[in-house]
Design a protein around this ligand. Structure first.
Ligand SMILES: Nc1nc2c(c(=O)[nH]1)N[C@H]1C(S)=C(S)[C@@H](COP(=O)(O)OP(=O)(O)OC[C@H]3O[C@@H](n4cnc5c(N)ncnc54)[C@H](O)[C@@H]3O)O[C@H]1N2
Ligand code: MOO
Length: 392
C-alpha cells in the first residue's frame, strides 16, 4: 500500500498548475497570486502626520507659535515653516519642510493665529510622524507568487499601485455521489435510504477555495450509469466521487474507471480512515475517488482533494500543514497506517473524541482538528507533544 508521503508526491506531479488569469482586485480574494507584487510606488510617499494637530520644529518649543497655514490629506502646505511658526495639520497630511514633530491638538491652546503648548509635555522630534517609505519602498517585493490573497494582501497590492493581479486559474470540480441507498439532502428517506451528506460536505469544503463546483447529483450502483455520469463530467478539471471506492460487489468506481480507459495513479493509501482512496485520470481530467464513509470522505478530501485544488489553482504550498500541539489525553500506539483522529484543539491542547467510527458524523460535526498518529508511533501520555491538522 502506498504511504501518505508517496501518495502526496504523486498527487502533485499529476498535473501542472492551470494557466494564470488577470482579475481586478475586487475579484482576487482567496485566489493564489501567480506573479509577485513588486511595489510600483513608495508608501508613504512623503513624511505624513499620524495625528490631528500642529506641525512645527521641536527646537522652537515651548513656543508660542504663529499658525501660518494648513496641511490636509491630499492638500499639502507647500511653503517652508520657519522658527516660531506652525502649520495646522491633519492625519495623513504631508509634514511641511522645516517641521520635525506634530503637537496633537489635545495638548495645544489656540487663540486666533497664536498657538501655545499647555501642560509640561516635551515635544520629541519625529513624534506622530510616519516616515516616507516606512511601510514599503518602490521596487520592493511585497507578496511572493503562490501565496493566498487575503484581504490584507489585496490591500497592500492596491497601495503598491495595482488594480489588476495575475492569479492562478480556478479548477472546475464536479461532485458525484454513488450509491443505491443515497437520496438528495432534504428528501424523505425510508429505512433503506440515507441522505447524501457527503455531497454538501464536499461542496462546503471546496467553497473555501478558488474553484467552480458542479454538483452532479447521485448515481446508482450500476456500471453503465456510473460510466455515463463520469463521462458527463469529463469537461471539468477534477471529478470527485464518493462511495464505491472499496472492494465490495457494488463498489464500482475502480472497474468503471478501468472500463473508461483511465490511468489509475494509485488505489489504497496507508491512512485511517480513508484507505480505499482512488486517484486516476482520463485525459486531462483527474478523478479523485473518495471512500463513502462520511469521516473517511472528509479526511481524504482534506488530505488529497483540497491540496489538489490548491495545487491546480497555483498555491505554492498546497499540502496540509501539521501544527504542533500537546495531548490532553493518552493515545494508543500507531499502526501500519497514519491515523487521523477527529479531535478538538484549544490553546494547543488536543482532546480526541471517544467515538472514531468513520461512519459517524456527530464527532466530525464538533471537531476542529485531526490528530495525527504516525505509522508505528509509540503510545503517548497526556502532556506529550503531538501534531494536528486544523479543520475549522
Ligand atoms: N472487505 C473490505 N471491506 C471494506 C474495506 C476493505 O478494505 N475490505 N474497506 C472499508 C473502508 S476502510 C471503507 S472507508 C469503506 C469504503 O467503502 P466505499 O468507498 O466502497 O463506500 P460505500 O461502500 O459505498 O459506502 C460506505 C458507507 O458510506 C455511506 N455513504 C456512501 N456514500 C455516502 C454519501 N454520499 N453520504 C453519506 N454516506 C455515504 C454508505 O451508505 C456506507 O455506509 O469500505 C469498507 N469496507
Ligand atoms: O478507512 Mo475506512 O475509511 O476505515 O472507514
Amino acid at each position: 500500500m502506498l504511504s501518505l508521503e508517496e501518495a502526496h508526491s504523486q498527487l502533485l506531479a499529476m498535473a501542472p498548475r492551470l494557466p494564470s488569469q488577470h482579475y481586478p482586485l475586487s475579484r482576487c480574494i482567496g485566489h493564489y497570486l501567480a506573479e509577485p507584487v513588486v511595489a510600483k510606488r513608495t508608501q508613504p510617499a512623503a513624511d505624513l502626520s499620524a495625528m490631528d494637530g500642529y506641525a512645527l520644529h521641536s527646537a522652537t518649543q515651548p513656543g508660542p507659535w504663529r499658525v501660518i497655514g494648513e496641511s490636509a490629506a491630499g492638500r499639502p502646505f507647500n511653503n517652508a515653516v520657519g522658527p516660531g511658526e506652525a502649520v495646522r495639520i491633519f492625519t495623513g497630511a504631508h509634514v511641511p519642510d522645516g517641521c520635525d514633530t506634530v503637537l496633537i491638538q489635545e495638548d495645544a491652546t489656540r487663540d486666533g493665529d497664536i498657538l501655545s503648548l499647555h501642560g509640561s509635555e516635551t515635544l520629541r522630534p519625529s513624534a506622530h510622524i510616519r516616515r516616507a517609505g516606512g511601510d514599503f519602498n518602490k521596487g520592493s517585493t511585497l507578496l511572493e507568487s503562490g501565496i493566498k490573497l487575503t484581504p490584507g494582501a489585496v490591500a497592500v497590492a492596491a497601495m503598491a499601485g495595482y488594480g489588476i493581479l495575475s492569479v492562478g486559474g480556478r479548477p472546475k470540480v464536479s461532485i458525484l455521489a454513488s450509491g443505491d441507498e443515497l437520496r438528495a439532502p432534504g428528501e424523505a428517506c425510508d429505512d433503506a435510504h440515507i441522505p447524501s451528506s457527503n455531497s454538501p460536505m464536499l461542496a462546503a469544503m471546496l467553497s473555501a477555495l478558488p474553484c467552480d463546483i458542479e454538483d452532479c447529483g447521485i448515481v446508482e450502483d450500476q456500471m453503465d450509469s456510473l460510466e455515463t455520469a463520469i463521462r458527463n463530467c469529463l469537461h471539468t478539471d477534477i471529478i470527485v466521487t464518493t462511495g464505491g471506492a472499496s472492494v465490495g460487489d457494488h463498489d464500482l468506481v475502480e472497474p468503471v474507471l478501468r472500463r473508461l480507459g483511465a490511468q489509475i495513479d494509485f488505489w489504497k493509501v496507508a491512512i485511517r480512515p480513508g484507505k480505499p482512496l482512488i486517484v486516476g485520470r482520463i485525459g486531462k481530467t483527474i478523478i479523485v475517488g473518495l471512500p463513502g464513509n462520511p469521516s473517511s470522505a472528509y479526511v481524504t478530501a482534506t488530505l488529497f482533494l483540497l491540496p489538489l485544488v490548491r495545487h491546480l489553482a497555483g498555491c505554492a504550498d498546497p499540502l496540509p500543514r501539521y501544527i504542533n500541539g500537546t495531548l490532553a489525553q493518552a493515545t494508543a500506539a500507531g499502526g501500519k497506517r497514519v491515523e487521523f483522529y477527529r479531535a478538538f484543539e484549544e490553546n494547543g491542547l488536543i482532546s480526541i473524541f471517544s467515538r472514531q467510527d468513520s461512519g459517524m458524523l456527530t464527532p466530525l460535526s464538533k471537531a476542529n482538528a485531526l490528530l495525527v498518529n504516525p505509522v508505528d508511533a509509540p503510545a503517548r501520555n497526556a502532556g506529550e507533544p503531538a501534531q494536528f491538522l486544523r479543520i475549522d
